[in-house]
Design a protein around this ligand. Structure first.
Ligand code: ATP
Ligand code: MG
Length: 561
C-alpha cells in the first residue's frame, strides 16, 4: 500500500523539470499534454495523469494540451471525446485553446512516413500479420529479416502511395520502420507504422484508408506540438527508444522527452478500458456513469467532489514502481472534503413508525437544526416534529443485546434536536413483525436535555411521518469481491452480486424538496448521499456516496499508536 505521507513538492518528475529549466534544455519552457484515446470514458487512473500534467504546467508557467490520440477509428467515437472534455473540466482543469487531435496531423504524419521511405528507413512489407509475428522472434531469439526488407526506395514509395490511394485490401500490406531485427528490444524490430484499414473515422470520415500506428503517431504529435515533457505510464518505458528514434530521424520542430511513472491501481477496481467496456456492454452496470464504475462520470454520479479526487491524486504522488492504492484512502479524501461542505439532513432509510401517545394530535412544532457543525456560516433550518415519526428500524431491539444502547422496551433515548422519548409498547402484525412502537415523550426535554440531569445513552435520527418526503435510496458496494480483480483470470467470477441495493421506502426531511441532481448531503448517522439524475419532480432518488466509517483514518490512528 502507498504511504500517506507525501510532499507534493518533491517528486522525480519535478526534479527532472527543474534540472531542464536550469540547463535551458527546452528553451526554458514546460509544455505537457494529456493524450487520451477516445475509446472509452476517463477513469480514476486517468485523473492521476490529468492532475499531474495540468498542475506541472501551471506550476512552471507552461501549458498543458489536451490531445486526442485518435488513430484507431474502429474503437473510437464522438461520445467519448465529448465525455472526456466534460470530465476534465469537471475535475477543474482547462486546456484553453490547446485542444488537438492526432487526426489533424494525418497529412503531416503521412509526409513524415514518405521521408523515412526516401531515406531508406521504412519499407512496405507484404507479410501477413501472423508471419510478421513469427519473423519478429522472441526475447531470447533474434528476429529474421522480412523478404520485402530490401525493396528499393522507388518501389516502396510507389506501393505506399498506392496503399493510400486504396488499391490494396485491408491487412494486405503494411509500412514498417527499417531499424534492427536483432535488437534486444522487440519494439525496435522493424515495427509497423502504417496499416491499411477501411473504417470511417469520427473526424476524418473516409478520407483515409491507411492509419498510422500509435508508436509512430504519438512521438511525432508530441514533437509537432512542441511538447517538452511527454509523461506516460511505465509500460511505455520499452517504447522510449522507438519514440526517440522517430524524433531523431525526422525534421521535427522539437525534441520532447518521454518520462514514465507508475500507473494508479486501486483495490476492488479494474481500470482497463476494455474491461470497463465489457461491464457496460454486458449490462452488468447501467452505463459508463453507473455509480459503481471507477470512471470520473461514475464517481461524479455517486457524489464525489472534484476536490476530493484532486486531493487524492496529490497525496498518492508519483513513483517509478507499480503499486496498488487502498480504495479507503480515496474514500478518506472524500469524507474530509464532504465533512466541511455537505449540509446535514435527517433521513430514515428503513422506517419504523413511532407514535408518541402523549403528544397532542394535530400539533406540529418547528425545531431548529444545525446545518453543519463544521461551518457555523451554513446556519440553521427548521424541521417539523409531530405525534407520528419514523426512526431507523435497526435503532430498536425488542430484546436488546449487551452494548445495544438504542431504543428498547422501557428504555429512554434522545431524538436529535427534539425530545427524550421512552418506549412503552410494541405493535406487531399477524406474522409477528414489529410494525409500530408506542412511546411517550417528555415535554421538559425539548432541545435534548432533561432539567433533572438524567442522561440517555443514545441519540437517534428521525423524521416526522406526515411531513417527510418518500424517496428511493440506492446503496452501493464494491463491484468486485476481491481486492485485486485485475489479476483474476475470469473477472466475471469475482463480481459482487450485491453491489447495488435499492431501498424504495425511505424518507427524508421536507427541507430536501426540490434538491437538484448532484447536490450532496450528510444524512445524520448514515453517511453522505447525493441526488441522482434519475430523480423526478415528485420523487427524489439518492445515491449513498460513502458511509461515515473512515477505515483509512482508523488505520492511520492505529499506526501512530
Ligand atoms: P487502456 O490501456 O485501458 O486502453 P490507456 O491507458 O491506454 O487505457 P489512454 O486513453 O491511452 O488509455 O490514456 C491516456 C493517458 O492516461 C495516457 O497517458 C496513460 O498513460 C494515462 N493513464 C491511463 N491509465 C492510467 C492509470 N491507471 N494511472 C495513471 N495514468 C494512466
Ligand atoms: Mg493507450
Amino acid at each position: 500500500m502507498h504511504s500517506p505521507d507525501y510532499t507534493p513538492s518533491s517528486n522525480f518528475i519535478r526534479n527532472i523539470i527543474e534540472e531542464d529549466l536550469q540547463t535551458n534544455k527546452h528553451g526554458g519552457k514546460v509544455v505537457t499534454r494529456f493524450p487520451p484515446e477516445p475509446n472509452g470514458y476517463l477513469h480514476i487512473g486517468h485523473a492521476k495523469s490529468i492532475v499531474l500534467n495540468f498542475t506541472l504546467a501551471k506550476e512552471y508557467n507552461g501549458r498543458c494540451h489536451l490531445r486526442f490520440d485518435d488513430t484507431n477509428p474502429t474503437k473510437e467515437d464522438v461520445e467519448y471525446t465529448e465525455s472526456i472534455k466534460r470530465d476534465i473540466k469537471w475535475l477543474g482543469f482547462d486546456w484553453g485553446e490547446h485542444l488537438y487531435y492526432a487526426s489533424d496531423y494525418f497529412e503531416q504524419l503521412y509526409q513524415y512516413a514518405e521521408m523515412l521511405i526516401k531515406d531508406g528507413k521504412a519499407y512496405v512489407c507484404d507479410l501477413s500479420p501472423e508471419e510478421i509475428r513469427e519473423y519478429r522472434g522472441t526475447l531470447t531469439t533474434p528476429g529474421k529479416n522480412s523478404p520485402y526488407r530490401e525493396r528499393t526506395v522507388e518501389e516502396n514509395l510507389d506501393l505506399f502511395r498506392r496503399m493510400r490511394a486504396g488499391e490494396f485490401p485491408d491487412g494486405s500490406r503494411v509500412l514498417r520502420a527499417k531499424i534492427d531485427m536483432a535488437s534486444p528490444n522487440l519494439n525496435m524490430r522493424d515495427p509497423v507504422i502504417y496499416r491499411i484499414l477501411r473504417s470511417t473515422h469520427h473526424r476524418t470520415g473516409d478520407q483515409w484508408c491507411i492509419y498510422p500506428m500509435y508508436d509512430f503517431a504519438h512521438p511525432l504529435s508530441d514533437a509537432l506540438e512542441e511538447i517538452t515533457h511527454s509523461i506516460c505510464t511505465l509500460e511505455f518505458e520499452d517504447h522510449r527508444p522507438l519514440y526517440d528514434w522517430f524524433i531523431e530521424q525526422l525534421p521535427v520542430p522539437a525534441r520532447p522527452q518521454q518520462i514514465e511513472f507508475a500507473r494508479l491501481n486501486l483495490t476492488y477496481t479494474v481500470m482497463s478500458k476494455r474491461k470497463l467496456l465489457q461491464l457496460v456492454e454486458k449490462g452488468i452496470v447501467r452505463g459508463w456513469d453507473d455509480p459503481r464504475m471507477p470512471t470520473l462520470a461514475g464517481f461524479r454520479r455517486l457524489g464525489y467532489t472534484p476536490e476530493a479526487i484532486r486531493d487524492f491524486c496529490e497525496r498518492i504522488g508519483v513513483a517509478k514502481s507499480n503499486s496498488i492504492v487502498d480504495l479507503a484512502l480515496l474514500e478518506h479524501c472524500l469524507r474530509v472534503d464532504l465533512n466541511k461542505r455537505a449540509p446535514r439532513r435527517m433521513a430514515v432509510l428503513r422506517p419504523l413508525k413511532v407514535v408518541l401517545e402523549n403528544y397532542p394530535e394535530g400539533q406540529v412544532e418547528e425545531l431548529e437544526a444545525i446545518n453543519n457543525p463544521e461551518d457555523p456560516a451554513m446556519g440553521t433550518r427548521k424541521i417539523p416534529f409531530s405525534r407520528v415519526l419514523y426512526i431507523e428500524e435497526d435503532d430498536f431491539r425488542e430484546d436488546p443485546p449487551k452494548k445495544f444502547y438504542r431504543l428498547a422496551p422501557g428504555r429512554e433515548v434522545r431524538l436529535r434536536y427534539g425530545y427524550f422519548i421512552k418506549c412503552t409498547g410494541v405493535v406487531k402484525d399477524e406474522n409477528g413483525k414489529i410494525v409500530e412502537l408506542r412511546c411517550t415523550y417528555d415535554p421538559e426535554t425539548r432541545g435534548g436535555s432533561a432539567p433533572d440531569g438524567r442522561q440517555v445513552k443514545a441519540t437517534l435520527h428521525w423524521v416526522s411521518a406526515a411531513h417527510a418526503l418518500p424517496v428511493e435510496v440506492r446503496l452501493y458496494d464494491h463491484l468486485f469481491t476481491v481486492p485485486n480483480p485485475g489479476a483474476e483470470e475470469d473477472f466475471d467470477a469475482c463480481l459482487n452480486p450485491n453491489s447495488l441495493e435499492v431501498l424504495a421506502n425511505s424518507f427524508v426531511e421536507p427541507s430536501l424538496k426540490g434538491a437538484p441532481p448532484e447536490s450532496r448531503y450528510q444524512f445524520e448517522r448514515l453517511g453522505y448521499f447525493c441526488v441522482d439524475p434519475d430523480s423526478t419532480g415528485d420523487r427524489l432518488v439518492f445515491n449513498r456516496t460513502v458511509t461515515l466509517r473512515d477505515t483509512w483514518a482508523k488505520i492511520q490512528r492505529a499506526q501512530k499508536g
